[in-house]
Structures are given as C-alpha cells and as structure tokens.
Design a protein around this ligand. Structure first.
Ligand code: ZN
Length: 155
C-alpha cells in the first residue's frame, strides 16, 4: 500500500521518520495557504494529535495519534494502516524536504562529502530538490534496528 501523509504541526519528528521509511509526508507548517491544506487532505492520510481533527469526515482518512514517544507514534501508524515491511522503501525520500532521492555515482561526489566517507562508502543518494547527499552510515544501522522492532510480530 502506498500511503501519503500529512502530519500536523506537533508531529514533525514522526513526519521525519515516515520519510525515512519512504513515505511522502508533508509537515503542516510547510503548507501556507489554507486552500492548499484542504486540497492535500483529500489525497493524504491526516496524522493528528488534535482531538477535534480526529472526527473530521471531510478528509480522506485520519489517524489520531495518542502517544508522546515518536517510536510509539510510528508503531501506531504502522498498526492502524496495516503497513508491512514490503510497503517501505528506506532512503528513497529526503528527510529534510520530502523530495525523491536518486542514486548518484560516487565519482561525481569527490570533494563534496568528507574524505573518509568517500573512501569508506560506495552507495550514495542525493535529493533532487535540496541536493542533500545521503550515505548509509551508522545512522542507517540504527534506523534498521528500529525498523526491525517496528515489524517484529513476536513482540
Ligand atoms: Zn531534500
């Protein structure tokens, strides 16, 4: 299932995590005119902590988030929408600006990433929009552990 999300203003961290998992997620403070927001809600799942938004019937779908911890919030989204491991595409979306990442040839990045990173890594991605460069480092390992827990059915 390919969900797209709109996270309201208190859920910035959750938005970032959903992007890590590869879900197109707009964070509400980035949306300016009100009409744009209404249009986006016709095609995206609204993630909210605001009780009065939970009952909205004029939006595609709402997930009301009732825990504080970001990993608990992520678990809530995964469980409620029955998202599976097959639905996620790690490192396909920029965590900063929500644009698509593309794989970029290492040779073209010489001098653009720290030397030790360039020497020890072989796979790089870059954002089409903000041009941020990504590589699988220790951060990726931590992310993988969290994803393991998220989809661990024995817990
Ligand atoms: Zn970006």
């Amino acid at each position: 299932m390919n969900y797209r999300f709109l996270a309201d203003r208190t859920l910035g961290k959750l938005a970032k995590w959903l992007r890590i998992l590869g879900f197109d997620t707009i964070f509400e403070p980035d949306v300016r005119p009100k009409s744009d927001l209404n249009r986006l809600l016709q095609e995206r799942v609204l993630l909210t902590r605001i009780v009065k938004n939970a009952g909205r019937s004029d939006v595609k779908r709402v997930v009301f988030i009732d825990v504080n911890d970001v990993y608990g919030q992520l678990q809530q989204v995964v469980d409620e929408l029955a998202i599976t491991r097959q639905d996620i595409r790690i490192f396909s979306i920029c965590t900063t600006c929500n644009s698509a990442l593309y794989e970029i040839d290492k040779q073209s990045l010489f001098g653009l990433v720290p030397d030790y990173i360039w020497e020890t890594h072989h796979q790089f991605h870059r954002c089409r929009q903000c041009e941020r460069i990504y590589w699988a480092g220790s951060h990726a390992e931590r992310c993988k552990k969290i994803i393991e827990q998220l989809f661990d059915e024995s817990k």
